[in-house]
Design a protein around this ligand. Structure first.
Ligand SMILES: Cc1cc2nc3c(=O)[nH]c(=O)nc-3n(C[C@H](O)[C@H](O)[C@H](O)COP(=O)(O)O)c2cc1C
Length: 395
């Protein structure tokens, strides 16, 4: 099958495309700030957006400057943001030929849950800043693309409402409130709402030095808030050290969270094999290698550099997922070849959301999925199990 045929199979689905774009704001003030009037930009034909880079370019055009600073920005000099992508480009692949790839199968299973493909929508906050339909549009886009969505604690839409829309298993990303009673209540709430996975983000006792966001702060549209921060008075992620101390989340809290839920428990934001080891020993069901998309500690390495070390240490005891800088199907292959069970994408979905609401999110995931299939075919890999370190070029 050639690229044209592959792309023709993408389809656009029958989802409605949002007509308006909100200006924009992961770390936001807890209260809604007044927003400028939304810029009305008609969504272009998504089919002309062939790659995730195309979608990003278009997304950058339609976003308000503060939204763009929120979505594309990272910490400090944004070196880690760049490395996350650059390091994938440095990895070369070893093609194999004349293998039977007539029946490509990108599906997999995690925690007993079947995934149509290994591309998961990473948790990102404030979707209603990016698009008026916010997380509900993302959920519909996830459905159309057959993807698991991870709902952020910092979402503008309640887990109960998203759970009603999603067709794939819904996972929830947890920021642990200082008030552990509130944290417990939120865990119980998301489990009752039907969430099938809990990703506890462990890499951000505070935000990094997000200079771009500090210069052009995110703006929540009027009436838009954070329905999972009920009763929380301190900002969920802390910027100003003069005013509030960093959040304190300790390994013993992970043991405590483990005791509270039967949902699969993943630790998101692990870059060190030693931390992965502790997490697994404390009962984590999965490890997510992530540097928060370069938004917290600048100058730490790319996640694809940390991944093989963590995978080697975890040694198959639990699945390892990775995110950060994945923009091509070949990047997905490289992550899987380094031992990831699945990948997550963050910013690409937000650009898709900005460009075309639900349809834009669906298109983004579908483009990446189709590129994954192309790469599998060209590498002679029929299933994800066939993607081993053998597909990596070695000197
Ligand atoms: C705008 C934005 C908001 C984010 N919000 C959250 C969040 O609320 N919780 C979280 O654990 N990670 C959050 N992240 C990090 C993502 O889950 C993910 O680790 C990262 O985006 C992956 O890198 P990528 O954007 O290069 O794909 C956010 C990332 C972005 C870009």
């Amino acid at each position: 099958m050639n690229r044209k045929t592959f792309l023709a199979t993408l389809g656009t689905g029958a989802l409605s495309v949002g007509a308006t774009r909100m200006p924009s704001a992961e770390s936001t003030p807890p209260a809604a700030a007044p927003a400028a009037a939304p810029a009305s930009t008609p969504a272009p034909g998504l089919t002309s957006l062939i790659s995730l880079a195309d979608i990003e370019r278009r997304g950058r055009e339609v976003m308000a400057s503060s939204t763009l600073a929120f979505v594309s920005g990272g910490a400090a000099d944004e070196l880690t943001v760049g490395w996350n992508q650059d390091k994938y480009r440095e990895i070369r692949l070893q093609q194999r030929v004349l293998r039977d790839v007539g029946d490509l199968d990108p599906s997999t299973t995690l925690f007993g849950q079947r995934l149509n493909h290994p591309i998961i929508i990473a948790p990102t906050a404030n979707h209603r800043v990016v698009h008026p339909e916010g997380e509900l549009a993302t959920a519909r886009g996830a459905n159309a693309a057959g993807a698991i969505m991870v709902l952020s604690s910092g979402a503008n839409t309640a887990v109960e409402d998203v759970a009603k829309v999603v067709e794939q298993p819904l996972w929830f990303q947890l920021y642990v409130a200082k008030d552990r009673g509130l944290a417990k209540a939120l865990i119980q709430r998301v489990e009752a709402a039907g969430a099938r996975g809990l990703c506890v983000t462990v890499d951000s006792p505070l935000d990094g030095a997000r200079d771009r966001q500090a210069r052009d702060p995110v703006k929540l549209p009027p009436g838009v808030g954070h329905p999972h921060y009920v009763g929380i008075t301190e900002p969920p992620v802390v910027v100003n050290l003069d005013v509030v101390k960093p959040q304190v989340l300790l390994w013993r809290d992970i043991e405590w969270i483990r005791s509270l839920t039967t949902m699969p428990l993943m630790l998101k934001g692990v870059m060190s094999p030693a931390d992965a080891e502790i997490g697994v020993k404390l009962g984590a069901d999965g490890i997510i290698v992530s540097n928060h998309g370069g938004r917290c500690l600048d100058t730490q390495p790319a996640t694809i550099e940390a991944l093989p070390r963590v995978v080697d240490r975890v040694a198959g005891r639990v699945p390892v997922i990775v995110d950060g800088g994945i923009r091509r199907g070949t990047d997905v292959v490289k992550a899987l070849a380094h031992g990831a069970a699945a990948v997550q994408i963050g910013r690409p979905c937000l650009y898709g959301l900005a460009v075309g609401g639900a349809e834009g999110v669906a298109h983004t995931v579908k483009v990446l999925r189709q590129e994954l299939l192309m790469a599998m075919a060209l590498l002679g890999c029929r299933t994800l199990r066939d993607i081993t370190r053998d597909v990596l070029w070695s000197e």
